[in-house]
Design a protein around this ligand. Structure first.
Ligand code: ZN
Length: 145
C-alpha cells in the first residue's frame, strides 16, 4: 500500500568520527549499532567509548532493523521547515530487537494506527545531497506480513 502522507524532510545529518558509521550504514539501508568488545554491551547512540564500561574497544554490527514501539507522540504543530508540511506525524521511541532504544519517526500508516508495542521495521529516508555523502535517516514503518 502506498504511503500517501507527506513525509518529513529531515535536516541533512552531519557525521563526526563517532557517528560516521551510523550515517554511512543508513545510507546503505543498514541500521548500524555498536557492540563493546570488552563487556558485550550493544549501544546506540554511537559514541567513542562504551557507555557501560568506558572501553574504547567498539565494533559495528548491522541490526536486524526490527523492533517495537516503546512510546510515541503525534505531532500536530511544528513550524520548522521540513516538518510543518508533514503534520500530523509520529515521533516514537522504538525498542530494537538488539535491546537498544532509538528515537525516530513512524511512517507508512496513519498516526492513529500507531500503538505501543506495535511491531515495526526500519526504513530509510535517502537524501539528495551535493557534498558527496551518501547518508539516510532511519525511520520505521509497521511490519507488513
Ligand atoms: Zn563495555
Amino acid at each position: 500500500m502506498a504511503d500517501e502522507r507527506t513525509e518529513i524532510v529531515h535536516p541533512e545529518p552531519t557525521a563526526n568520527w563517532e557517528t560516521r558509521g551510523y550515517w554511512e550504514g543508513a545510507g546503505r539501508g543498514e541500521l548500524v549499532l555498536q557492540r563493546c568488545g570488552a563487556c558485550g554491551t550493544i549501544q546506540h547512540k554511537p559514541r567513542g567509548i562504551c557507555a557501560t564500561c568506558l572501553s574504547g574497544d567498539l565494533e559495528y554490527l548491522v541490526a536486524a532493523g526490527t523492533g517495537t514501539v516503546y512510546t510515541y507522540t503525534v505531532t500536530n504543530q511544528n513550524q520548522a521547515r521540513g516538518f510543518a508540511e508533514a503534520c500530523p506525524y509520529v515521533m516514537a521511541y522504538v525498542d530494537l530487537d538488539e535491546g537498544v532504544r532509538l528515537l525516530t519517526n513512524i511512517v507508512g500508516c496513519e498516526p492513529d494506527r500507531v500503538s505501543i508495542g506495535m511491531a515495526v521495521e526500519a526504513d530509510f529516508a535517502v537524501q539528495d545531497r551535493d557534498d558527496g555523502e551518501a547518508f539516510a535517516v532511519p525511520r520505521f514503518r509497521p511490519v507488513t506480513t
